[in-house]
Write a protein that binds this ligand. Structure first.
Ligand code: C5P
Length: 248
C-alpha cells in the first residue's frame, strides 16, 4: 500500500469498530489498533481485521525492560500485523530486544512487521518536557536524538510529528520511515494534540504515512472525511515513495 492514511480505531469495543466500518462497505483500510481497543478485545480482533483484508498498525508503544519487551514482541509477531512500535525512551538495548523478539516470533516464510519507535508524543510540549519530565533540552533536539538512537538500534523508523520529518530524514536517511499522527484538516479542532499539521503539509514535509483518528472516527460522515483527507494526502503523493509495509 503506497503512503498509507492510517485510521486510528480509538474505540473501546468491537461493536463500535463494526459500526465504524459499516458505511465503508467492505473497503480495505489501513487501521491502527491502540491500547484502548486491544486491551479490551485482545488478539481476536486482530485476526478478524486481517481476515477482512485490512492492514494493521498495532500501536501498543511498548516500554519495559529489554527481556520483557523481547518476549512481548515474540508474541505480537505471531499476529501477522504490518507495524508494531515501542517508546524510544526505553533505550537502545530495549529496542534491539524488540527486534530480536520479532525475528524469533515471525512465522517462517513471512516478513517481520515493521518496527518503529515513538520519539516524543505529539501531545508533548517544551514546557511539559522541562517541567514535568525534567529534560532541559530543546524538544526538536530530543526528537532528533531519539530518532538517531532508533536508527542505531536497527529499527525501521519513528512515529513523530510531520514537522520533524525533514530533519529526521536528513539525519537518518530517506528510507527511514516516518509515521505521523497529529494530523488535522484546516479548521478542525486540535483537541489534545499540540503540534498539528494538515495532510497536504504532511505530504510536503515528506511523511511516509499519516495517522488520523478523531477527524475521521468522531465526525458525522466518516467516509466523506476519510475521502477528503485521502484526497489532500493521496493526490499529492502519487509520485512519492511507497512505505515499506510487509504486505503490500
Ligand atoms: O484523534 P487523533 O487524530 O488525534 O489521534 C491520533 C492517534 O495517534 C491516537 O491514536 C494517538 O494515540 C496516536 N499517536 C499520537 N502521537 C504519537 C503517537 C501516537 O497522537 N506520538
Amino acid at each position: 500500500m503506497k503512503k498509507p492514511l492510517i485510521v486510528a480505531l480509538d474505540y473501546a469495543n468491537e461493536q463500535e469498530v463494526k459500526k465504524f466500518f459499516t458505511p465503508f462497505d467492505g473497503q480495505v483500510l489501513f487501521v491502527k489498533v491502540g491500547m484502548e481497543l486491544f486491551y479490551q478485545t485482545g488478539p481476536q480482533l486482530i485476526t478478524e481485521l486481517k481476515e477482512a483484508g485490512h492492514h494493521i498498525f498495532l500501536d501498543l508503544k511498548l516500554h519495559d525492560i529489554p527481556n520483557t519487551v523481547k518476549g512481548a514482541m515474540k508474541g505480537l509477531a505471531k499476529l501477522g500485523v504490518d507495524i508494531v512500535n515501542v517508546h524510544a525512551a526505553g533505550g537502545k538495548d530495549m529496542m534491539e530486544a524488540a527486534l530480536e523478539g520479532l525475528d524469533i516470533g515471525t512465522p517462517p516464510g513471512t516478513d517481520r512487521p515493521l518496527c518503529v519507535a515513538v520519539t516524543q508524543l505529539t501531545s508533548t510540549t517544551q514546557w511539559m518536557m522541562e517541567e514535568e519530565l525534567l529534560i532541559n533540552r530543546n524538544l526538536g533536539d530530543v526528537v532528533l536524538s531519539y530518532a538517531q538512537l532508533t536508527k542505531h538500534a536497527g529499527l525501521d523508523g519513528v512515529v513523530c510529528s510531520a514537522l520533524e520529518v525533514p530533519k529526521i530524514k536528513s539525519i537518518c536517511g530517506s528510507n527511514f520511515q516516518t509515521i505521523t499522527p497529529g494530523i488535522r484538516l484546516a479548521g478542525d479542532a486540535k483537541q489534545d494534540q499540540k503540534r498539528v499539521v494538515t495532510p497536504a503539509d504532511a505530504s510536503k514535509l515528506g511523511s511516509d504515512a499519516i495517522v488520523v483518528g478523531r477527524s475521521i472516527t468522531q465526525v458525522k460522515e466518516p467516509v466523506k472525511a476519510y475521502e477528503n483527507i485521502q484526497l489532500e494526502w493521496g493526490m499529492l503523493n502519487e509520485k512519492s515513495n511507497r512505505i515499506k509495509t510487509v504486505r503490500n
